[in-house]
Design a protein around this ligand. Structure first.
Ligand code: PEP
Ligand code: MG
Length: 580
């Protein structure tokens, strides 16, 4: 049969092959015709077996975590084990199957959803925080039930390509280990789910449309996240190409691990800290294996995108504990909730404010609760608190006062306080902000779009090496405080020499890019980069900057291609077709 190329939009680069795992099926099955009465007893047994298998799987996971000394995480997983074995949940699932004729996956998803809604409505924040756990458990058990029929085929073949209508960033952060790629019906390349996929090095295509609905569960797929296509019934040569690409990615990972003890210092002696952008413990583990010095950006809001109210102190502690436990003794940069834009939870729908302004306007108490949780959970780390989308000194001072109160309330040492510069207005006030902060961190994703007047969430393209953006970065570098860059530009071959040349001290990048960026630092002379950056600041446009930095960027690309092939971000920070 001929290949079927399903065109979408590139979201996370790389080639991979596996078997389709249709994530929407449990939900779709809820609309299906009721099961015939004679099928229901068998289906109810299948649902019970799926819940039991999930409890066993989670118990094994908890035991593994405990054996590795990760007791905090193990305790959390143990709670989910109890939930999976809850007789009330099982009874409701069986009632939905035998009484209403729902298939096992749909019944599990529905019963878990009902239970989560009930828990979320309880006016006790510790209990309410369990609602997400029940939903997540429901998803996991529904998948178990769903795969009952096809488990042999999927597992025999190994790798899975997750196919879904849409995914949130939290879904991407907690992907099963066997997921090698993602293809979405909708979604946007600039949304945070795509950022998390890039961070983990999982190829992803979004916006591939309804053609994905025609795929059979378990069908062989090749996903080319760089070209933005998913290919059904792929030719053997295409499958072989994807397998080679996966092999090269594995080689990059191995090289990063082998080189993890080499310092990230330029040949002329300038040290650049390479840290990781993370949302959960899986990314921390991957980043540390590759030599990251710590976390330069913990995107705390990604765990709360389904929240129905401001998270309380206990919920924050639950989210932060596993991440901070993995960062013992290292820099751990907790960014306080950066809601707004494409990260707007249901209870904030309709708000136009974002970041720190949103927190201060709507709930300083919520910010205070998060600060106390971070201080408490981060005692054993080199904790830093990072404020998103800071607009001016008054906002920074207001947050600083809340931090002082949190320090007094917890008795924890005062962490460093950082301000994110993500708008031209903040960049113009860089000196004013620096006078009141311990460090600055540039969010180039927002700063680039805000400076160039493009729409980040509408999928507009914009390049950080535009001289107007570079001049903002230079203003921050001249403000006299340590400067971090934590946007995507920190891992693009075209911008890394410019950032080093402009005097940036720290680069915080997706976990899968840590090893590559550390190698780039070792290959970039600071004095040469400084000369290029100085010329770039007065260049007329982005094209001229590109020509100035082209040779340095090509050297870095070659370094990367030597291991991995050109299947990561292109030099413009966009994603390009892969030729393997
Ligand atoms: C940025 O804007 O560059 C940034 C790091 O923050 P986020 O991508 O989470 O908005
Ligand atoms: Mg931002």
């Amino acid at each position: 049969m001929a290949e079927r190329v399903i065109a979408g939009v590139p979201a996370a680069p790389g080639l991979a092959t596996g078997h389709a795992r249709l994530l929407g099926t449990p939900v779709a099955a809820a609309d299906a015709a009721p099961l015939a009465p004679q099928e229901r007893a068998g289906e109810a047994a299948r649902a019970g077996a799926a819940l039991a298998a999930t409890a066993d799987q989670l118990a094994a996971l908890a035991a593994g975590l405990r054996a590795g000394g990760r007791d905090d995480e193990a305790d959390l997983v143990d709670t989910s084990v109890l939930m999976a074995a809850d007789p009330a949940l099982l009874a409701r699932v069986q009632q939905l199957v035998t009484g209403e004729g729902l298939a096992a996956p749909a019944a599990i998803a529905a019963a878990a959803g009902e239970q989560a809604d009930l828990i979320a409505a309880i006016p006790d924040e510790t209990l309410a925080a369990r609602a997400d756990d029940v939903r997540s458990l429901g998803r996991r058990a529904a998948r178990h039930a769903l795969r009952g029929d096809t488990a042999g085929a999927l597992h025999a073949a190994g790798d899975a390509v997750l196919v879904a209508d849409e995914l949130g960033p939290a879904d991407v952060a907690e992907l099963d280990d066997d997921v090698v790629a993602i293809a979405l019906v909708r979604g946007s390349a600039t949304a945070h789910a795509a950022i998390v996929a890039r961070s983990l090095g999982v190829p992803m295509v979004v916006g591939a449309g309804a053609a994905l609905h025609r795929l059979e569960d378990g069908a062989r797929l090749v996903v080319d996240g760089s070209a933005g296509v998913a290919v059904a019934e792929p030719e053997p040569a295409r499958v072989a190409g994807a397998r080679r690409a996966a092999g090269r990615r594995a080689a990059v990972r191995e090289r990063a691990i082998a080189d993890r003890d080499l310092a990230a210092v330029t040949p002329d002696g300038r040290r650049i800290a390479v840290l990781a952008n993370v949302a959960g413990p899986a990314e921390v583990a991957a980043a540390l294996r590759s030599g990251a010095e710590g976390a330069g950006l913990i995107r705390t809001e990604l765990a709360f995108l389904d929240a129905t109210a401001w998270p309380g102190e206990a919920e924050h502690r639950r989210m932060l504990s596993p991440v901070l436990a993995a960062l013992r003794g290292r820099p751990a940069t907790v960014r306080v909730l950066d809601f707004g834009g494409d990260k707007t939870p249901p209870f904030l729908r309709g708000t136009r404010a974002r970041g720190l302004a949103l927190l201060l306007e709507q709930s300083p108490a919520a910010l205070a609760a998060q600060l106390r949780a971070a201080l408490d959970a981060g005692r054993h780390t080199r904790l830093r608190i990072l404020l998103p989308l800071v607009r001016d000194a008054a906002e920074l001072e207001a947050a600083g006062r809340l931090l002082d109160e949190a320090v007094a309330a917890t008795g924890a040492p005062r962490p460093l306080l950082g301000a994110m510069v993500e708008t031209p207005g903040a960049a113009v006030r860089a000196a004013e902000l620096a006078a009141r902060a311990d460090f600055l961190s540039i969010g180039t994703n927002d700063l680039t779009h805000e400076t160039l007047g493009t729409d980040r969430f509408g999928g507009d393209e914009a390049v950080t090496h535009d001289p107007r953006v570079l001049r903002h970065i230079a203003a921050c570098a001249g403000a006299g405080r340590p400067l971090e860059v934590c946007g995507e530009a920190a891992s693009s071959p075209l911008t890394v020499p410019l950032l080093i040349g402009l005097g940036v001290d720290e680069l915080s990048v997706g976990a899968a890019r840590v090893g590559t960026v550390r190698a780039w630092v070792r290959a970039t002379r600071h004095d040469e980069a400084h000369a290029i950056a100085a010329a770039a600041l007065s260049a007329p446009d982005a094209g001229a900057v590109e020509r100035l930095v082209s040779r340095a960027a090509s050297r870095l690309e070659l370094l990367e291609r030597g291991d991995a092939g050109a299947e990561d971000a292109d030099r413009l920070g966009r994603v390009v077709p892969v030729r393997s």
